[in-house]
Structures are given as structure tokens and as C-alpha cells.
Design a protein around this ligand. Sequence first.
Ligand SMILES: [Zn+2]
Length: 141
Amino acid sequence: MEVPPVCPICGKEGQNARLIGSASYCNAAGAPSGGSVWCEAVCTDCDVDLRFTSKKGVPSVWYLIAPEKSQLLRLLSNDEVEAITNKMQRYKAIGAKWNALLLRRRPGDEIWRYQFNDKHTGITVVRNGLPIACFNTIGSL
Ligand SMILES: [Zn+2]
């Protein structure tokens, strides 16, 4: 691994670092003109997923696979979380993904709605004010 994974929450080294994808580019003349890599890892202490994306020669850091604080919209109540849970259980794959998100919660963690593009919203777990995970579907939640 070009840059060892470091968890931005606890500062410890992440585990299970793996290359997810890479690409190399050519210019119009067919000569190599750089490339990029995409890696993922986990921090088992914090139970968060980490990602690293880099372009060749451009320094990068590992970051949480989660929205930015600026994308947070609103804290959801327990009733709202329960209503989404009931809705999600109708779909096998997405229901399992939703349950996995809820299992990440620790005491004090909150469930928030966030904006992920102009039209759509998703759900995230917020720990000490920091989004640490994300969940989204084709539509809005
Ligand atoms: Zn950590």
C-alpha cells in the first residue's frame, strides 16, 4: 500500500487495506499521462470504513466513507428510524445494508439525514458530531 491506512477518528492504523481499483491514462499521443488508485480499509476499533483515492503524484489521505458535516440536514427521531427500518425490511439486500448501518451505532451516536446531491438525501450515523457512515438508495430517504 502506497500510504498506510490511518483512521481519522482514533489515529490508529486501519486493517484489511486492499486495492479496489486503478486506472492509468494516456494523452492524445498515446503516452502515459498519470493514473489513479482507489483503496479501502477498515478501522475495527471504531467500526468505520476508510477510503483512499489518489492521482499519481498528488498527495492524498485516508478518509471516512461518510458525508461531510456540511451535508447534514436533520437529526432523526427514534420513531423516524423505526419507520425507515420497517420500510427497509421489505427489501432483502437493502434491508441487510440498513441493519448493518444501525449496528454501527454506539451509545450516544445519532442517526441523521444528509443531502448527497442536488436532489437526493441519505442517512448517516453521527458520532461526536462527525458523520462516520452512510446509507443511500436510488431515491431519497
Ligand atoms: Zn479508528
